[in-house]
Design a protein around this ligand. Structure first.
Ligand code: RUG
Length: 809
């Protein structure tokens, strides 16, 4: 490691010249960043190799987290921070006359995921490494990450995000660990001389899976884990069979884009190909790793845990069966016992439309051998279940249903653990969505409430707050987040509260500058910063937020001298490209923003900012400045949410329905320090069941609501008549699937209460402090400890910060 700033600057100059053959001061920010990233990455190699060797020598149990999505964000700062060299790098870069912030911004934000699910996977990688738990990620190296969102006349336009343009300094291509993945053709079994059934294949499409490994650096530990992302290529020995670039397309496209368009058959087929590609390459490499342990195969589950993150990697189950039976020649029973003991599954949604199902004929023709195995798993499951649970439960839980393969059922049957991601979500799984499975396998079900890494979301994103916490309670909270609760003793300390208020204000000023830079919009930093940042989906109800904004707008128009706390509503959200209604809501909010922000009657009282291209790096700018955290999904629909945790940890007050992890937030912070409104999940279920809800009646009878809804269609909002009409129709004429109108009044009440409390700054700051103090339970470190102890049964290889810090070497 660098012994001094001087040594760092010397090595940096050398690295730059080695890479580019000219001096660093003539380079672009990108080149300067690449040299810095490469230098830091090289420093990791020794510990990365040592960790790999130690895991192998000690035959430690390793966890493999299979996920179609990882959203690590930028890594320069977080890696330097975790290595304990950030201050030295900052000082060195300054000494070189470079701007560290510019170098940070030059790194592409690696967006290989959609939202919460992918970001959770990356938080988990950070926690695994920081806790010294042997945990590896397994995913896809998409060439194009989630699309870059632009607004053109308020409409979302999707542009390709070629994040690899400037190369990725953190990855290492490991050709020696490549594997062949087979698709299509025919598969059958033949008996060999020793009586083994041997699979035979013909006419398959063979794809080479090449791994790109990225070091996962833990906070103050010298253990470095691995994130392995697979890329699809033509097998070298088959290159001569491909005569034109076009012929190579079916292979290359497998890892080209995240979420290929699933509105058509080809798009869906490609998605299934991606899933099997990642799973097969991953499982093959894990089995090879286990072989190096040189242990009897029955010890497999004692040394390997494979986690299925959402249903997308469910094919882990039949793929492991395939390898154990076809290549390791185990009996079905032996292979099944190993598979179930090895696999575990997390469910992330209760929305039935998001639970994956694939047509049997698609699965059969794309993956003939895998389908044979799925059929047999299903046959045995049905055979066992029928006499015990009867026809109804058996058919409802079967893997093969109505010509489809149900991937959640495959994952549940093939795993020893099934968990939800917040208490309420797990209860809904057990009592409703997966009720029959809970009857069959009660012992498999458990809850693991999500978490976030304080390292990225407080230490790095909010250094001023971090410093304040350090000053008040010492630094121990950084390793042991439970210490954060010590902050509570400052709730009546005026000086602390003032400092906290000042920090929030300064963070707001920073965001105000950024907004002016990117949108040319002037914002009053004294206004309440009210934030809703998450994927756009009708159940998350960004349109409820929009109705409240309209209501405020109309109130100010009626009475321009009305005494309302100035508010800035901040949105960040991408809509799935084929989700028309979500895109219409984006356009509508942009049109409302346009109306409100340009109306001279409104002035500072109300502003609306919709950021383009929401992602990890933008979240890092918004969250420290947030004061109100909008978590307003219809109760029972959001599995957990994680922006709620990040915002709370930065002192924002949560405005929430009793949904997902909001309930646990309320329990920890106390109901006086959160704004709860709306229907409970039980009330929603009742209304849904009894068909007792008629949104049109509310429209007709509630004057205030009537006026706001009419504003969507009466020309009040110029430039979005169609979108206003679409939202109006969904809410009034199509019976408002997500009960927006039903929750409207109570939402307005809660919003008014926020204004009231905000007018007492001391009280607001006190509540803000209590939120930070109560955020510790949402540390991903705790979540990962629970996964490790209760599901994966892996052992930490170090306890962190024990003199093994790279700097101390
Ligand atoms: O919508 C859920 C969030 O509630 C949750 O916090 C997050 C992480 O568990 O996963 C999100 N999710 C669910 N993303 N994709 C799905 C589809 O299954």
């Amino acid at each position: 490691m660098f012994k001094s700033t001087k040594e760092f600057t010397k090595e940096y100059k050398k690295m730059f010249e080695n890479l580019y053959a000219f001096t660093y001061d003539q380079g672009t920010n990108e080149q300067q960043y690449i040299a810095l990233g490469t230098l830091i990455k090289n420093k990791l190699s020794k510990n990365w190799q040592a960790t790999r060797e130690q895991y192998l020598n000690d035959k430690v149990k390793q966890v493999y987290y299979f996920s179609m999505e990882f959203l690590p964000g930028r890594q320069l700062k977080s890696n330097s921070y975790n290595m304990g060299i950030l201050p030295m790098i900052e000082a060195g870069v300054k000494e070189l006359g470079l701007d560290f912030e510019e170098l940070i911004e030059a790194e592409a934000d690696q967006a290989l995921g959609n939202g919460g699910l992918g970001r959770l996977a990356s938080c988990f990688m950070d926690s695994l490494a920081s806790l010294g738990i042997p945990g590896n990620g397994n995913g896809i190296r998409y060439q194009y990450g989630l699309f870059r969102q632009k607004f053109v006349d308020g409409y979302q336009v999707e542009l390709p995000e070629y994040w690899l343009r400037n190369q990725n300094v953190w990855e290492t291509r490991n050709d020696q660990s490549s594997y062949i993945v087979r698709f299509g053709g025919n598969a059958w079994l033949e008996m060999d001389h020793q009586g083994h059934w041997i699979p035979k294949y013909e006419n398959t499409l063979n794809v080479l899976a090449v791994p790109y490994d990225t070091p996962m650096v833990g906070y103050r530990t010298n253990k470095i884990n691995n994130l392995r992302l697979w890329s699809a290529e033509i097998p070298v020995e088959e290159e001569e069979n491909y005569h034109t670039v076009q012929e190579t397309e079916p292979i290359k496209e497998i890892t080209q884009v995240l979420y290929p368009d699933d509105s058509n058959y080809e798009g869906r087929l490609l998605r299934l190909k991606q899933e099997y590609f990642m799973v097969s390459a991953g499982v093959q490499s894990i089995v090879k790793q286990f072989r190096k342990y040189n242990l009897p195969r029955k010890h497999f589950p004692e040394k390997i845990a494979m986690h299925i993150n959402d249903t997308h990697p469910s094919l882990v189950v039949p793929e492991l069966m395939r390898i154990l039976i076809d290549e390791e020649h185990l009996s079905w029973e032996q292979a099944w016992e190993i598979t179930v003991k090895t696999c575990s599954y997390t469910n992330h949604t209760v929305l039935r439309e998001a639970l994956e199902r694939w047509p049997i004929d698609m699965m059969q023709s794309l993956l003939p051998r895998i389908y044979m195995i799925i059929e047999e798993i299903n046959r045995r499951f049905v055979e066992e279940s029928l006499p015990l649970y009867g026809e109804k439960i058996t058919w409802q839980t079967a893997i093969l249903q109505d010509g489809m393969v149900n991937m959640a059922h495959l994952a549940i049957i093939g795993s020893h653990s099934v968990n939800g991601v917040a208490q309420l979500h797990t209860e809904i799984l057990m009592n409703d969505v997966l009720k029959d499975f809970f009857t069959i396998y009660p012992e498999k079900f458990n809850n693991k409430t999500n978490g976030i890494t304080q390292r990225r979301w407080i230490h790095l994103a909010n250094p001023a707050l971090t410093q304040l916490i350090d000053e008040k309670i010492g630094e121990e909270w950084k390793r042991n987040p439970a210490e954060l609760k010590l902050l509570k003793s400052f709730e009546h300390d005026e000086e602390t509260l003032n400092e906290l208020g000042k920090i929030k204000y300064q963070n707001k000023v920073k965001l105000v500058k950024y907004i002016e830079e990117v949108q040319g919009l002037k914002i009053n930093p004294n206004a309440i910063f009210d934030v809703q940042i998450k994927r756009l989906h009708a159940y998350k109800r960004q349109h409820l937020n929009a109705l409240h904004i309209l209501d405020r707008y109309l109130r100010i128009k009626d009475n321009p001298s009305i005494d309302l706390q100035p508010r800035v509503f901040i949105f960040g959200a991408k809509a799935a490209p084929s989700y028309q209604y979500a895109k219409q809501i984006i356009k509508l909010i942009n049109a409302i923003a346009n109306l409100v922000n340009n109306d001279p009657d409104i002035g500072d009282k109300l502003k609306v900012v919709f950021f383009e291209n929401y992602g990890v790096s933008l979240a890092e700018k918004i969250i420290p400045a947030a004061e109100v955290s909008e978590q307003i999904s219809l109760a029972g629909k959001e599995a957990s949410g994680t922006s709620n945790m990040k915002l709370m940890a930065n002192g924002a007050m949560t405005l929430a329905t009793l949904d997902g992890a909001n309930i646990e937030i309320k329990d920890y912070v106390g109901e006086d320090n959160i704004f709860i409104f709306g229907l409970s999940s039980r009330e929603v279920a009742e209304l849904e069941k009894n068909h007792m809800y008629h949104s049109k009646d509310l429209y007709d009878s509630n004057e205030r609501l009537n006026r706001v809804l009419n504003a969507l269609v009466d020309g009040t909002i110029p430039n979005a008549p169609q979108e206003g009409g679409a939202v109006f129709d969904a809410l009034v004429h199509y019976n408002d699937e997500y009960f927006v109108l039903k929750d409207f009044d109570d939402y307005i009440r809660a919003q008014d209460q926020i204004d009231l409390i905000y007018s007492d700054k001391k009280e607001w700051n006190r509540k803000s402090l209590l939120n930070i103090a109560a955020s510790a339970p949402f540390s991903a470190d705790y979540t990962i400890k629970r996964y490790t102890e209760e599901i994966w049964k892996a052992k930490p290889q170090c306890s962190g910060d024990e003199g093994v810090h790279p700097l101390n070497e």
